[in-house]
Ligand binder design. Structure first.
Ligand code: ATP
Length: 236
């Protein structure tokens, strides 16, 4: 039987004595966009950093296509692309230079890099700015570059931590449309504290509060579960 793209098993993490996430369990198999919704401080970034192998968990396991991330991080990370909340962009490089650098960091075979960079720039609609210095780009274009670095090595699972934070309304729509496109070919896990973001993008939702999953289900089920006043007040 095919292994789930991601399986999270009894995952917990604490910073000193404070538990940031506690006993998280979920798995999913299909392409599409899965939403992790939670207010500031709920534990989203902690969970995402662990899933992407940036932070070591206190307890529990993460499996990517059946590979235990803790036991075999190099192999597991080949399947994961990550856009952290603060993308590790190199502001002085051009887009093309930066994506080439990311491809080398991902240990892609040298003879595949040029084409991979061209393909990912086309996919993220940034080819026309290939020679622009990153620090001179708008926030929306910088976020496209962030998404491009997340998919340069063609992973089948992408994690996007609050990908539209800080963007203006037009940029938000453009980045959401790009996320929809890349999710046609891959599985995307996206975190946000904005209810409309999951409503616009996701079919399946997990809601996290104080480090614990308090809801999981479809968008329809969530609409029945959520008391609009409560979530509008806390999450918008
Ligand atoms: P935000 O949307 O504000 O980034 P979040 O849902 O991503 O919030 P986390 O950043 O994972 O939440 O934080 C979860 C809890 O862990 C919070 O109480 C936070 O203060 C705490 N925390 C996060 N990082 C650290 C750290 N490096 N050291 C100590 N406590 C931390």
């Amino acid at each position: 039987m095919k292994e789930p793209i991601i399986k999270v098993s009894n995952l917990s993490h604490r910073y000193n004595i404070q538990w940031a996430i506690k006993d998280i369990n979920f798995e999913f198999n299909n392409k599409g966009i899965y939403g992790l919704l939670g207010a500031n401080g709920a534990g989203k970034s902690t969970l995402m950093n662990i899933i992407c192998g940036v932070l070591n968990q206190t307890d529990g396991d993460v499996f990517i296509n059946g590979i235990n991330l803790r036991e075999n991080p190099v192999q597991a990370k080949k399947h994961i692309g990550f856009l952290p909340q603060q993308p590790p962009l190199q502001p002085e490089l051009t887009i093309e230079e930066y994506l080439t650098y990311c491809a080398y960091l991902r240990l892609m075979p040298e003879n595949t890099i040029k084409q991979a960079v061209q393909e990912v720039m086309e996919k993220c609609k940034i080819s026309h700015f290939a020679q622009r210095i990153i620090k001179n780009l708008s926030g929306g274009y910088q976020q496209r570059v962030g998404i491009a670095q997340a998919i340069i090595h063609r992973p089948d699972f992408i994690v996007l931590d609050e990908p539209t934070n800080g963007l203006d309304p037009n940029q938000i729509l453009e980045v959401r449309s790009l996320i929809k496109e890349i999710a046609e070919e891959r599985t995307v896990l996206l975190s946000t504290h904005i209810l409309q973001e999951v409503q616009a993008l996701c079919d399946d939702i997990w809601m996290i509060n104080e480090g614990q999953i308090i809801f999981s289900g479809t968008l329809d089920e969530f609409d029945h579960y959520a008391m609009p006043g409560l979530f509008n007040a806390t999450l918008l």
